[in-house]
Every structure is written in C-alpha cells, then in structure tokens.
Design a protein around this ligand. Structure first.
Ligand SMILES: [Zn+2]
Length: 333
C-alpha cells in the first residue's frame, strides 16, 4: 500500500510547555492530530479555571485546527470543590503525578490517601483520573510494576472512577489493564512501541530517547506492539511527546522526555505495516480513545503517503525523535 487515508487522529497525552517555542510544538501536533490532551505539569501548573482558559486559548491561537483538550494537575491539599469548577471549565482529566516521578512533579502526590476527597469528588463528577504510574522510589526499571499495587487500591476504593494509566511501558501493565473493569484503560506512546533499553543505551547514549517511564526490554516492547496491532480495545494512543530545549537534553543532567510529535504518525504507520496490521491503525489513533472519553469521533481525515523524507535536526529549539533519519511514510498537507 502506498497511500493510507484514516480518520484524523487524537493524541491523548501531549506536553507543549510554555513560552516562545510552544506555538511551534503545537503546530507540529496540529499537522497530524485533530485534538490533543495537553498535560498540566507546566510552570506554574494548570490548577484553576483561569490557568486552563489562558493556556487553551494560547495553544489554539498558535495552532489553528488543533483542539486543545485540557487537564489539571492534582496537588496535595487541593480543595475538592476545584473538581466541579475544573469540569465546568472543560477539563477532561485530573492528572496524578507521584511526587518526583517526572518533569515538574516535585509537588506531586506521595500516596492516594492524601487526595481521597479529590478522588471521591472526581468519581462523583464523572471526571477521568489520569495517572503517571510510576513509584518514584522503586528501582528505575521496576517503577511501573511497583505502582500497580497503589493503582489497584485506587480502583478498589473508587469503583466508579474512570482511570487512564498513561504511557504503558511493560507487559505486566497490559495484563493489569486487561484484568480490570472496562472503565480502566491505558495509553501507549510511539517510542515504547518501537524502542528498548538497547536503543537508549546499548551503544552510545541517546539522550533524546530518554523518557519516563524509560523504554524497557524487547519482550515489553513486543507485547505492547502485539497488543495495539491486534486492536486491543482498552489501549489507545497518547504520544507523551515532550520537547525539552536541546541544551537540557544534551547535558550532564539530561531531562526526561522524547519529542515525538513530528514523526509520530509516520513511525506508527511503519510499525503497523511491518506487523501486517495497517487496518488497525485508525482504531488505535482515532477511535478507541475518543470513545473512552465519550468524545465524538473526528470527521476530518488525514492522508499518509509512502514517500521518504528526512527528519529535521531541530524544531523550535528541541531535537525531535529520529532527528536526521529517513522516514518511509509522510503525512500529506
Ligand atoms: Zn507525560
């Protein structure tokens, strides 16, 4: 196949940052996606309606055609009344970052016990809880598995709360999601579907592939790819594209995050084609997530063509995933 036309995708996990480069990052996403769920771990974080409105307006002003779906960050000691306010303001999720788990998460949650009232208010309001599921004190490769126990308790104590476990990185998490009720789902990124620890550090260290959770073993990557390519009904796309300035990545204390927005769809098309599953791509990127969130499916479409092109070495001051490499699929304008 040399032309692939699919319903325009949604990215249910995106970091756009703030400041001068934000517009460029947003436009990279707008070229491939109709909607994106914008993560709130900015500085300062998105925690109230005015913050949400101004961030959304700034994104949509910079990237016409992209609908910014908004999130707010859950903090210890937050008043539970904020949940209804944020829902009214249009927030789709409240995001739980375990304290210290990733970029700008130092002020996160140490235990869900700290935010029982908030979770209860979210359950009542029908708001989705989105989780960066890593236990920050566990050894780095075991952080995701180590978090599943905490997640199980949240699911037990808040049986009607809709939950998304973000950026699955290991095979145990897929089984976990499968065993849970239908209102528990997971997102999968491009890089966790394609890369392993060996790609990250088997040869020269690749800082632009360093992210949290870190990419894992081949059996984890293969299990994730097998699951999404077979049309897994509870896994959908969230890129976790997370640009950092080049000098924060090529640095002695490298920030976590892979900037994948530009190459997301070409890489996914290549993977699904290799797995003989191109017909499943549209469900993964454009249907399952929208249905989970109760959003209408996008009505516009996007065309990918088999045409080689070279990924730029720098976009908005950040080095994109696969910088300088050739892609086989291209998103047509
Ligand atoms: Zn993220």
């Amino acid at each position: 196949m040399s032309i692939l036309k699919i319903r325009k995708p949604d990215d249910f996990h995106l970091h756009l940052r703030q400041g001068d480069e934000m517009g460029q990052y947003a436009r990279e996403t707008a070229a491939s996606f109709a909607r994106a769920l914008i993560m709130p771990n900015t500085l300062p974080p998105v925690i109230d309606p005015p913050g949400l409105f101004s961030y959304k307006a700034a994104i949509e002003r910079e990237a016409p055609g992209l609908e910014a779906l908004m999130a707010f960050k859950l903090l210890p000691n937050m008043n539970p009344l904020i949940v209804t306010e944020m829902k009214k303001a249009g927030a789709l999720i409240g995001k739980l970052y375990p304290a210290g788990a990733t970029t700008n998460a130092e002020d996160g949650i140490s235990s869900y016990e700290q935010i029982r009232d908030l979770l209860s208010a979210m359950e009542e309001a029908g708001m989705v809880l989105s989780i960066h599921g890593e236990h920050p004190e566990a050894p780095v490769l075991e952080r995701e598995i180590s978090y599943l126990g905490e997640l199980e308790k949240i699911i037990r104590d808040f049986p009607r709360l809709k939950i998304v476990l973000e950026h699955l990185s290991c095979r145990e998490s897929i089984s976990f999601i499968e065993e849970m009720p239908d209102h528990i789902a997971g997102t999968v990124t491009t890089h966790h579907l394609l890369y392993t620890l060996d790609d990250l550090m088997g040869g020269a260290l690749k800082p632009h592939l360093f992210c949290k959770p870190v990419v894992k073993k081949e059996e984890d990557r293969a299990a994730l790819a097998q699951a999404v390519c077979s049309g897994h009904p509870k896994l959908f796309y969230g890129s976790d594209s997370a640009p950092h300035p080049k000098n924060k990545k090529e640095f002695s204390s490298c920030s976590a995050g892979a900037f994948s927005a530009t190459v997301a769809l070409p890489l996914l098309a290549e993977l699904f084609e290799r797995e003989g599953a191109l017909e499943q791509l549209e469900s993964f990127t454009s249907r399952i997530g929208a249905e989970f969130y109760g959003l209408p499916l996008n009505t516009s479409s996007i065309t990918l063509k088999k045409e080689s092109w070279k990924v730029p070495s720098l976009i908005g001051g950040s080095v994109p995933l696969c910088a300088g490499e050739m892609m086989t699929w291209k998103v047509m304008k």
